[in-house]
Ligand binder design. Structure first.
Ligand code: COA
Length: 181
């Protein structure tokens, strides 16, 4: 008899990693939808939507990995999507891990660690010298995870917002009077 998911969760999950395929896009998107709500998205300028997954698949498919269970169900229970970043005036290439997610039923059973280590190896092969991640300051599981993977030197980055909607009315009013009506 198959052990209950909660029991499976306590031990290492038996998963195989592979590159994401076109048929996985919907599954990865829906898994991400459960993980990255507007509240818990890692940053303000990225939103989890189907275009995000498609863009990574189109532009950086070598850095799009999924973790699939080794049983008959072959369920996708985790994924990582990333890219590389080069900067002018710098000889360094950076690996940027943008999205990392694991099905909550499989949390804390080593799936993300496996995905991360494969991602890091791919980046090493591609000549990256530094890896970057970002996370909300209160996403403790993610922060603990990244610390465990060896990330350090967190840099504070503060996002400020300005609601420019009130300026729209003023601007529209001005445009109308400029046009003489
Ligand atoms: C963060 C996340 C990817 C971790 O996935 P995971 O498969 O559960 O992680 P692992 O089982 O490989 O954990 C490895 C280590 O990370 C740390 N860790 C993971 N989850 C943790 C938690 N909930 N609390 C504290 N530490 C945690 C532990 O140190 C753990 O080592 P241990 O098992 O020896 O204790 C997962 O919680 C997740 O999908 N969160 C939602 C999406 C998200 O926030 N992604 C990150 C930003 S893109």
């Amino acid at each position: 008899m198959q052990p209950a998911l909660s029991e499976q969760k306590r031990k290492k999950a038996s998963v195989t990693l592979r590159q994401m395929q076109i048929d996985d896009i919907a599954t990865v998107f829906h898994l991400g939808e459960r993980l990255f709500t507007a509240r818990s998205a890692p940053n303000l300028f990225r939103t989890w939507d189907e275009y995000e997954v498609i863009n990574f698949f189109q532009n950086d498919s070598e850095y799009c990995l999924v973790a699939e269970t080794d049983d008959d169900t072959e369920l996708i229970v985790g994924f990582v999507l990333g890219t590389t970043v080069t900067k002018s005036h710098s000889a360094w290439k950076y690996g940027y891990l943008v999205w990392l997610g694991v099905d909550p039923d499989f949390h804390e059973s080593g799936v993300a660690s496996k995905l991360f280590h494969r991602f890091r190896d791919l980046m090493l092969d591609d000549g990256a010298r530094m890896l970057l991640v970002d996370s909300e300051a209160d996403n403790e599981p993610a922060l603990q995870f990244f610390r465990k993977m060896g990330f350090n030197h967190p840099q504070e980055h503060i996002y400020l917002t300005l609601n420019i909607d009130p300026h729209r009315q003023k601007k529209n009013g001005r445009r109308k009077s400029d046009n003489g009506y």
